[in-house]
Design a protein around this ligand. Structure first.
Ligand SMILES: Nc1ncnc2c1ncn2[C@@H]1O[C@H](COP(=O)(O)OP(=O)(O)OP(=O)(O)O)[C@@H](O)[C@H]1O
Length: 457
């Protein structure tokens, strides 16, 4: 019957495929579409006759058909985003004598209603996943990266190079530098650039945890380990950081009995939670920071020498801001960007007087001090440019400079003489007028003219 006729056979096949439950596309080994069924073309908003002969990438968004032809590896049940919807795609290479000559792609869908239900379900699951990913990163991830580290001075360029090198290894890093120089920012950057970036970055402020809580904070405790212990126990920072990085800030403040415990973790690479008798292996990279002179502390027996050598495998020194003043203009721009994006107030720069003061100031609090000064000044400055009058440090330093050099009596006399000279000059030496403007009697004015030896010019 009609099975004998090739044309009829093809037409039947085509009719079946065209109305198939699935959307179908066939490409050759160059990724050129050889066939697409009607329902797929309609969904894509394409004319069935115009899709054949075009590259698959020009017709289907996010397609991987051309990749499958290249790799020869089938991709089954892959989630693909097309025209605002998530589809489930299968891509199967077609081989003849082991040579890939093309690929068949199918996209699964049911009736529109069912599809929409499934699609919105997937969308909400993906949103939920995004939310948890973001939340996890905010709590456990590194907040800063190397791009946040402003500084084009030779010292900073060198330091950034060292940071990159440190990131590519898994060795302990000790970051030294004065307070506010950017040690924490550097620790974040190392983690971000390292193989561990997808894993937690856990910060421990060694100076802020009360001594009695230190062990439970660092190593955690088991349920019922002590009175007041939380139900289910508590994970310690080391446990939380497993697979990632632990940042031990202000390590110089670590109490000596904790220094021994920390040394043990570094040596054995295992922790023992309070109340537990068994140790647990942890894989944690150590980055420590200090603004205290650890070597001096070793001499004074305040810091263990063995611990120092364990953590100081890659030493990084962050120079104070006063030693790299050429970084100040760039830092001002970067910090103003940060401040204005937080506050929403538009500030585009600082006036020359302010920049000159910034360049002459010694910045004992380093970049943190600069950031605080800019934050306060941008809050009080009425315009888009920060003026000297609104930079608290400037006026304070001016007064200190004046009062440091002269006595109050001298300052008052100088001011009085200046006011007298200016007023007399403005009144063209009309003494009666000047006395009345100054609110003093003529006799007093004469006395003062004599005292200061003011001559008519
Ligand atoms: N090079 C830099 N570029 C941009 N911002 C910086 C830079 N260095 C530091 N900062 C900013 O200055 C502030 C202080 O930096 P950070 O907390 O990293 O300093 P720190 O050395 O760890 O200080 P502390 O010793 O007091 O803990 C932060 O807001 C940080 O973002």
């Amino acid at each position: 019957m009609f099975a004998a006729h090739e044309n009829v056979k093809n037409s039947i096949l085509e009719a079946i495929i065209d109305s198939a439950y699935e959307w179908i596309v066939v490409v050759d080994k160059e990724g050129i579409i050889q066939y697409m069924n009607r329902t797929y073309a309609e969904f894509l908003g394409e004319n069935i006759h115009s899709v054949t002969g075009r590259h698959v990438c020009d017709v289907i968004e996010n397609t991987r058909m051309h990749k499958v032809v290249e790799s020869g590896v089938p991709e089954i049940a892959d989630l693909q985003y097309i025209r605002g919807n998530y589809m489930i795609a299968n891509r199967i290479p077609v081989k003849v004598d082991d040579e890939v000559i093309g690929a068949v792609g199918t996209v699964i869908f049911r009736d529109t209603g069912q599809w929409k239900k499934m699609n919105s379900h997937i969308k909400s699951l993906l949103h939920e996943l995004e939310f948890y990913k973001k939340d996890w990163h905010e709590k456990n991830g590194a907040k800063y990266s190397l791009q946040d580290l402003e500084g084009r001075s030779e010292k900073m360029v060198h330091l950034k190079g060292q940071v990159k090198k440190a990131a590519s290894s898994d060795l302990p890093v000790l970051i030294s530098g004065e307070s506010g120089t950017g040690k924490e920012l550097i620790a974040h950057s190392i983690h971000q650039l390292s193989e561990r970036s997808g894993k937690p970055f856990i910060k421990v402020n060694c100076g802020a945890i009360p001594e009695t809580l230190f062990e439970s904070e660092l190593f955690g405790y088991e349920e019922g380990a002590f009175t007041g212990a939380k139900k289910g126990g508590k994970a310690g920072k080391f446990g939380l950081a497993d697979g990632g990085t632990i940042f031990l800030d202000e390590i110089g403040d670590l109490p000596s009995h904790m220094q021994i415990k920390l040394l043990r973790v570094l040596q054995e690479k295992e922790i023992e939670t309070i109340g537990s008798t068994v140790s647990r292996k942890v894989d944690v990279r150590i980055i420590a920071a200090t603004n205290r002179p650890l070597q001096q502390m070793i001499v004074q027996r305040q810091f263990r020498e063995d611990l120092y050598y364990r953590i100081n495998v890659i030493p990084l020194n962050v120079p104070p801001l006063r030693d790299r003043k050429e970084d100040i203009p760039g830092l001002v721009a970067k910090l103003l960007d940060k401040i204005t994006s937080r506050s929403g107030k538009r500030i585009i720069g600082v006036e020359n007087d302010v920049m000159n003061w910034f360049l002459s100031h010694q910045w004992p609090g380093n970049i943190r001090e600069l950031e605080n000064v800019l934050e306060a000044a941008s809050h009080f400055s009425p315009g888009e440019i920060i003026l000297a009058d609104f930079v608290p440090g400037i006026s304070h330093e001016r007064v200190t400079a004046v009062s440091g050099e002269k006595s109050l009596k001298e300052i008052l006399q100088e001011t009085e003489e200046k006011v007298l000279r200016d007023t007399l000059r403005d009144c063209s030496f009309d003494k009666k007028k000047a006395a009345s403007l100054l609110g003093i009697g003529k006799t007093v004015l004469y006395e003062k003219i004599k005292k200061y030896n003011i001559q008519e010019v």
